[in-house]
Write a protein that binds this ligand. Structure first.
Ligand code: 48H
Length: 265
């Protein structure tokens, strides 16, 4: 039992100093990472699990103050999502329970999936910063070839307040666009670095099984330093959407981690 009477009194300035010291140490560390993943949805968090488990210095930046992206909405807000094989192996890997609904078709609690993906990534050593919006990329050009070398970030609160505050740059060997339907990083590159010749047709209408297969198939490198995973793959390649089935998102995250690990090794 706890001794509820003997709570240690902590002065306000001590609380503030503890936060400032720790947060600045973290920011100083992550400002140069191997991989920056933009978006803490199912694809981004799965990629973070498998990158960090390989010992790769991984940072996830998420504009909201919470994990999970589209997982939490379930299907029309009903608290269940579907995962198909072989993505159940990823559920096993992060310790997320599931029920068998049909052969090779599983039902998962959105809250548990969010929690298990996030805690597995953190336990493996990935760092998360919430409330941070990626508004630009850092790039270099050598011999006519563009390389993405990092991201430019701003606090989401500053963005929402529409204040003019200059952002800061984070250096990384690889950036992953895991921003979901909007494919925000790819759209930045399309708009600001025309030399990459990015064409973004946008996702197509629903065809669950085809969308799931093709999202995984087309997951991978977009140009030097830039990879894409999850729903952003459908946006980039004009693939069908799939609704509240998440095997493709998880496998896409695992695949992008595998490909990046090969490149960085
Ligand atoms: C920082 C950003 C920025 C930014 C966005 O939407 P997500 O869940 O993306 P995926 O690809 O992991 O999963 C897609 C899935 O949730 C889904 O929507 C499906 C399967 N739909 C099928 C259908 O038919 O509709 O997560 C993306 C995350 C979110 O948390 C955003 O807040 C975040 O990225 N994000 N973070 N800077 N510029 N843009």
């Amino acid at each position: 039992m706890f001794d509820y009477v003997k709570m240690r009194p902590v002065e306000e300035h001590v609380i503030s100093k503890a936060i400032i010291n720790n947060a600045l140490r973290l920011l100083d560390d992550i400002i140069q990472s191997d991989v920056v993943i933009v978006g803490a949805g199912p694809a981004g968090m799965t990629a973070a699990v498998y990158l960090a488990r390989r010992g790769i210095k991984t940072l996830v930046v998420e504009r909201r103050l919470s994990f999970g992206g589209g997982i939490g909405g379930g299907g029309i807000l009903l608290p269940a999502i579907v995962v198909e094989e072989p993505a159940n192996k990823i559920l096993d890997d992060v310790g997320c329970k599931y029920e068998v609904y049909d052969e090779g078709v599983y039902v998962v609690s959105p809250a548990e999936l969010i929690a298990k993906l996030a805690s597995s990534a953190i336990d493996a050593g990935a760092k998360f910063i919430l409330g941070v919006h990626v508004e630009d990329v850092v790039y270099r050009e050598e011999e006519d070839k563009v390389k993405i070398c990092g991201v430019v970030v701003q606090w989401t609160a500053i963005k929402l307040a529409q204040l003019h505050v200059d952002p800061i740059g984070i250096k990384s060997r690889v950036v992953v666009d895991a921003t979901g339907h909007d494919a925000e990083v790819l759209r930045i590159v399309q708009k600001k670095i025309p030399k990459v010749r990015m064409r973004i047709p946008g996702e197509s209408s629903m065809w669950a099984s085809l969308g799931e297969r093709l999202v995984v198939e087309y997951t991978g490198k977009v140009c030097e330093g830039l990879y894409v995973a999850g729903m952003a793959v459908a946006t980039l390649h004009g693939l069908p959407r799939m609704g509240p089935i998440f095997g493709g998102m998880l496998l896409s995250g695992a695949k992008v981690a595998e490909e990046i690990a090969k490149e960085l090794s």
